[in-house]
Design a binder for this molecule. Structure first.
Ligand code: API
Length: 319
């Protein structure tokens, strides 16, 4: 039996599997468990937006977790803002439990490796999350996780987009988009009201447009309705259609950072602190010359165990 945990960050949900578990075919497991109709049910929902395979590495001054996100279509995403926040929350919880059990049974070497209590504050744990896009520093404070993201780039080679100049506010398959890389490619379109966009109808053509040789996540944004229709207020509503999920998700961290970066690039706001509201909650972004920082809540929803040969026979154990 393989233990599976379920986490979500503002509604972007993931199964978590310890990378040490003997899962030979990660694509097959991800495709099966994530299915929204026939997949694994934990915490009141069926399936997920991906499976995080996480390896907690010993021997570093700051705890380090190696993250691989396998998406429902079997592809691997180089980065995922919400997934990385969940990975940090998972690692902090593991470390905390490990310390509790070490306190109950003191280790003979008394070694101090990767301790969750090595941080300046007793309430916060710093976790380094290794992703295919690079190592990102996360701070876990209860259920709230803040993570340093890479610096957004509009450079055609970085997005990537097949052109010589950045793609800024140009029509692509029916949407007026700006292309940005926030560790993954996003095509961002500002519209008057995200709730009126038929995302499932318009996004697939943009996601697969020839301009994007590796595809793109498609993110639409509008001035946040809670804060009034003021473009400069630094608050935006978000909806994202994700590559790899091939559908809309309830939240997307790299997409929220992409909205902040494009809003600043287009002069919609000059705020350093930008609030983004995906359908699943609220994410806070800070953008300065060093890059972007993404903050928001996470939640551990529950656990299950699966038979590796027959994942559908899984029984939710709950917690
Ligand atoms: N949901 C993720 C993004 C995953 C990106 C992935 N869909 C891809 O680029 O293939 C996030 O919170 O940033």
């Amino acid at each position: 039996m393989i233990p599976i945990e379920k986490y979500h960050g503002t509604g972007n949900d993931f199964f978590v599997v310890d990378a040490a578990e003997p899962v030979a075919d990660r694509r097959e497991i991800a495709t099966r468990l994530c299915d929204r109709e026939d997949g694994l049910a934990i915490g009141g929902s069926i399936g997920a937006d991906g499976v995080l395979f996480l390896a907690l590495e010993d021997g570093y001054a700051s705890p380090r977790v190696v993250m691989t996100l396998v998406q429902p279509d079997g592809s691997t995403a180089p980065m995922c803002g919400n997934g990385a926040r969940c990975a940090a929350a998972w690692a902090a919880r593991r470390l905390c439990r490990r310390e509790e059990s070490e306190r109950a049974t003191p280790a003979s070497d008394g070694g101090r490796r990767g301790s969750a209590s090595d941080d300046a504050s007793d309430d916060e744990t710093t976790v380094m999350v290794d992703t295919q896009a690079g190592t990102r520093r996360a701070t876990v404070d209860g259920d709230s996780v803040t993570i340093e993201m890479g610096a957004p780039s509009f450079a055609p080679a970085a997005v990537p987009v097949v052109r010589d100049e950045p793609l800024v506010e140009e029509p692509v398959e029916g949407l007026t988009v700006t292309a940005v890389n926030t560790d993954v490619p996003h095509a961002v379109a500002f519209v008057d009201d995200v709730s009126t966009v038929d995302l499932d109808a318009v996004a697939p053509a943009v996601r697969h447009a020839d301009a994007f040789p590796r595809g793109a996540n498609v993110t639409v944004a509008s001035p946040s309705t809670d804060d009034g229709p003021d473009w400069s207020a630094g608050a935006f509503d978000q909806r994202t259609y994700e590559r790899g999920v091939e559908g809309e998700t309830r939240s997307c961290g790299t997409g929220a950072v992409a909205i902040a970066a494009v809003a600043r690039e287009l002069g919609h706001t000059d705020a350093e602190a930008i609030a983004v509201r995906p359908p699943g909650g609220r994410l806070d972004i800070r953008l300065d010359e060093r890059g972007a920082v993404l903050a928001g809540p996470t939640e551990r929803e529950g656990t299950a165990e699966i038979q590796i040969d027959n994942p559908q026979s899984a029984e939710a154990a709950g917690d």
